[in-house]
Design a protein around this ligand. Sequence first.
Ligand code: SF4
Length: 410
Amino acid sequence: MPRLYSLHICAILWWFGQVLIGGAMSAAMIIEPDIQQKLAILGGEATDEVTDVPASQSIRQGIKHATGFIYNAKPEGGGVTRLFKVLQTNACKFSCPYCFTSCAIRRQRTSFRPDELATTFVSLQRARRVDGLFLSSGIVPDADATMEQMLATVERLRFKEGYTGYIHLKLIPGASFEYIERAVELADRVSLNLEAPNQARLNRLAPDKKFTESMWERMAWATRLMRRARQEGRPAARSLTTQFVVGAVGESDRELLETIQRAHRELGLWRAYFSAFHPIERSPLADQPAEDPTRALRLYQSDFLLRDYGFRYDDLPFDAQGLLPRDRTPKQAWAERYLVEPIEVNRAPRHVLLRVPGIGPRAVDKIIAARRESRLRDLSQLKRLGVNTGWAAPYVLLDGRATAVQLALW
Ligand code: SF4
């Protein structure tokens, strides 16, 4: 008998438990997350796509870091700005296999209404926690509807909240011309993530996207609109950026940098960002190994060489597989192959000095200014001018003489 009673009690408790759990689950399904929960979800997922390049003195100027939904970025004018990086929605109709937000992965989906997101940003900005906004989004139900929501957020900020500060707005692949035009009018910077260097690689990385028609062409529209606004003296976005996922689908560094050089030339691309692939749990690429972040670092350094140092894509020291060396910078690898005669620092023109490892554009300016005053004769002078003398010494002459480090190495 006692055993029968206890079985009955267990059955009753189990039934109550099911009712409670079932009730809780259905409540969870119908209760909309509050603003704090949306912030945790949509801010967290937005920063998940941030690049994770290892710290390096040589490329410190290009590194971005994220803490929660606050993302430290470098604007054109220098310094660091704290951006509120957030998604309008983490719902997406696409299933790009590398992406955290992909519809192929079961997770809680939510969206900010434009008014909610605008007031959330304004309260963070007034509390001096952020300096600007970086707004991205999943794509649902289509590109135009997504941009409509994002632009409604930005319009509310600009025209109702009176916010005049920095806004970086992602362009959605496939969006109509009118939305790209409005984005360029309202934002300070626009970007569109190409993700892969060409259509063949994109077919595996983001099979629903068209490299030329839905992405490159939109970037070209943005560039034209920015240039026209500049010519007519109208306010508009000042720069265009893009981002690539590195190491997910076997693309080479050569393919990436060929596309980037073309984007600098044809689109006036301000800069490219690189995200070393890391597998997302439960995604189709979950079993694929993560890419070495050093590869992203070498790509950043190569992009700087193309953009700021006068290097051409053909100059870059690729191996037979089209990859850059990982154990030294691309400039060091180039110098080892081609810089056979040491450079006289007191005479060399700007573009030649820029080819020497350890000498960057700012150091070149200082060298040129300093040598107008007096001849440069020792490494300590170069060091004071911002040169990495450990790297530069083997490749330079100072007033006709090889440096002590150079003699020791040769
Ligand atoms: S379209 Fe964007 S958000 Fe959607 S799955 Fe692809 S990468 Fe992720």
